[in-house]
Design a protein. Structure first.
Ligand SMILES: Cc1cc2nc3c(=O)[nH]c(=O)nc-3n(C[C@H](O)[C@H](O)[C@H](O)COP(=O)(O)O)c2cc1C
Length: 173
């Protein structure tokens, strides 16, 4: 059952969940994937609510999000889905079907083509209105050395939040 929520109502709660991670789900044609993200959050720009995500170019997700220009974010209940977040944060679509491996279910999005993770609690559906590959010349040396020495660059995606809700378990039997 979908329960309506205010777009900023759980913003702090979501930020707290960014450390253990949240699910970033993407869909390009028939291919659906989800990965754990720890960086990003809800903010406001151009008069609208947004979810910002950073995706390294090496991720399978990168290609999917570039093609679809939309994504969903699913946040688990407190301290739950730890195992699933670890698998989705360490394994790639290139190697395994994470939905099968984690026993999680893609549930049809309400407003966008991309599904959300049914077993999680809070969901945001986002359409990308701005994207940018980080310009290496603009990154200060300390950050560059720490995060971009051995790993690929990040692309930043500004996803306009077009729908948000909680999925509650149906207790009607
Ligand atoms: C807690 C946690 C947070 C992560 N945050 C990010 C992130 O913000 N951006 C990113 O590109 N990768 C992040 N990762 C790594 C990806 O989840 C990981 O590389 C994943 O296997 C990519 O899956 P894919 O190749 O199927 O897209 C994170 C991993 C963990 C465990």
């Amino acid at each position: 059952m979908h329960k309506e929520i205010g777009v900023y109502e759980y913003a702090n709660n979501v930020l707290e969940h960014m450390k253990p991670g949240v699910f970033l789900t993407t869909k390009d044609k028939d291919v659906i994937n989800t990965m754990t993200i720890g960086w990003g959050g809800i903010f406001r720009v151009w008069g609208d609510p947004y979810f910002l995500v950073l995706v390294r170019e090496s991720r399978a997700t990168h290609k999917l999000i570039e093609n679809s220009m939309e994504f969903s974010i699913s946040v688990s209940k407190d301290k739950q889905m730890k195992k699933e977040l670890t698998i989705c944060g360490t394994k790639s679509l290139r190697d395994i079907d994470k939905f099968k491996e984690c026993n999680i279910t893609p549930l049809k999005g309400r407003t966008i083509e991309t599904p959300v993770i049914k077993e999680a609690k809070i969901h945001y559906e986002c359409k990308i209105t701005y994207k940018q590959k980080l310009a290496e010349s603009n990154i200060i040396p300390e950050v560059k050395q720490k995060y971009y020495q051995s790993e690929s660059n990040h692309s930043v995606y500004y996803g306009k939040i077009v729908d948000q809700y909680i999925i509650e378990e149906d207790n009607n039997g």
